[in-house]
Design a protein around this ligand. Structure first.
Ligand code: GLY
Ligand code: MN
Ligand code: MN
Length: 439
């Protein structure tokens, strides 16, 4: 965390949550550290909800928010510890954390066990997230039981436990200006990495060499790590939706699918591009590529306030189905194909998901039985695809063509803005960039 850290957006979110809660106390821990093997850990990454409310980057920390007439925000965090800081690096400690992150109070995490029963006693509601981490459930159970044990002293445990993630999910669904600024920067870094991969790729290189270029670009632009495991899939690998081995040779004539995005300041980006290893699309590759691109254009047109979350998918699917019929990859009428879902053999996933701190971000997809209505500030991906595995009933020219085109769309007042468009996308743009890199 730099000296320029601005706690204002985080403070505003805590206040908003307190207002939504109206009463009771919320308890929100950050993520636990995870052992990788023996004494090596996975890189620490804050819990998204905790980060959203604090920006505090250290492990072993818990936020307590008291709502009602006397609202209060409290942070529990690690103590200063010179010995540990010599080995592992800086720790804020409660005094500095309180100031920098604008909490009303901060205490040592070692005091949580003793203070939590006091904080939840006589509160009508306890807001926390149960059923995700048994260790956390046990800490909450222990605190409740301490209060229940003090009933003769007039203390009462909260009668109702509410899921604190529900109001937070609703908040996270609509991004504020601070978040959109970060997501725009993350998107530009990832788009640059895709450009770099297109320029670098040659038949004869290996998928992992291309992955290294992506990682190099993320890291050199200040991203700490990818937002999800990168996919670099050449040839038949592109038809494996979650291919992550990234260790195969790239052959002349292969189409290569790259799905990769960096995380920046806690926010994900998520881009897929598909392009020919040798820099020129073959005829069948171009047919499928242009079909998926047209489907994505249709999805983009359908992404606007007032449309439902499913509108981009429905629009993309309509184009894809017609294209598959035209190419004789499926038969019948468009209505029959939609009804029987015969397209699913080639397009088996949805077109969109919410994007934010988590790559598949928080937020409901339905209100009751209805798909959510899009509103300005929501961010979703537009990622139609077409994946053609070898089969007797499929012309060989199409075998092993796997195409996905994925951009990140911010819903605006009138439509949507693709924040990932620095990554070349038309056939002409891709071929021009790749030819330039070879000349
Ligand atoms: N990269 C994950 C996804 O596209 O959903
Ligand atoms: Mn995605
Ligand atoms: Mn993706």
């Amino acid at each position: 965390m730099t000296a320029t850290f601005d706690p204002a957006p985080f403070l505003a979110r805590r206040q908003r949550l307190q207002e939504t809660m109206a009463q009771g106390v919320a308890v929100i821990p950050t993520a636990p550290e995870q052992v990788r093997n023996r004494d090596a850990h996975f890189p620490f990454r804050s819990d998204s909800y905790f980060h959203y409310l604090s920006g505090f980057p250290e492990p072993e920390a818990v936020i307590v928010l008291v709502a009602g007439d006397a609202p209060k925000s409290i942070l529990f965090c690690r103590d200063k510890d010179m010995e540990r800081e010599i080995w592992d690096g800086y720790r804020y400690g409660p005094a500095a954390a309180k100031e920098v992150f604008a909490f009303d109070e901060a205490h040592s995490i070692t005091e949580l066990e003793a203070k939590l029963p006091e904080l939840i006693a006589n509160q009508p509601l306890l807001w926390t997230a149960l059923g995700f981490d048994p260790a956390w459930d046990n800490r909450i159970t222990a605190a409740l039981n301490v209060v229940r044990g003090q009933s003769r002293a007039g203390k009462r445990a909260p009668e109702t436990i509410r899921n604190v993630r529900a109001p937070l999910d609703a908040m996270r669904l609509v991004k504020d200006a601070f978040e959109l600024d970060i997501m725009g920067r993350a998107a530009r870094i990832s788009a640059g990495a895709h450009r770099r991969a297109m320029q670098f790729i040659r038949p004869g290189r290996n998928e992992y060499e291309v992955e290294a270029e992506l990682l190099h670009e993320f890291r050199r632009q200040g991203s700490p790590y990818p937002a999800y495991t990168s996919i670099v899939a050449a040839g038949a690998h592109a038809c494996v939706l979650h291919y992550v081995e990234n260790n195969g040779p790239i052959a002349d004539g292969d189409l290569v699918l790259i799905d990769a995005g960096c995380e920046l300041e806690g926010y994900a980006s998520d881009i897929t591009r598909s392009f020919p290893a040798n820099g020129r699309f073959s005829g069948p590759q171009k047919d499928i590529y242009q079909l998926v691109l047209d489907a994505q254009y249709a999805a983009e047109q359908a992404t606007r306030p007032g449309a439902t979350f499913m509108a981009p998918h429905d629009a993309a699917l309509k184009v894809l189905v017609q294209g598959l019929l035209d190419l004789k990859l499926i038969s019948g009428t468009s209505d029959e194909a939609l009804e029987k879902e015969s397209y699913k053999r080639f397009y088996m996933h949805r077109t969109s998901h919410w994007l934010g701190m988590d790559v598949h971000d928080a937020g409901e997809y339905k209100d009751g039985e209805q798909w959510k209505t899009l509103q300005a500030g929501m961010v979703l991906t537009l990622e139609p695809g077409c994946y053609i595995r070898p089969g007797d009933d499929v012309p060989e020219a199409f075998w092993n063509i796997g195409v996905r085109i994925e951009d990140d769309a911010v819903v605006t007042a009138n439509g949507c803005e693709l924040i990932t468009q620095d990554a070349p996308k038309t056939v002409a743009e891709i071929e021009a960039l790749m030819q330039d890199a070879r000349s």
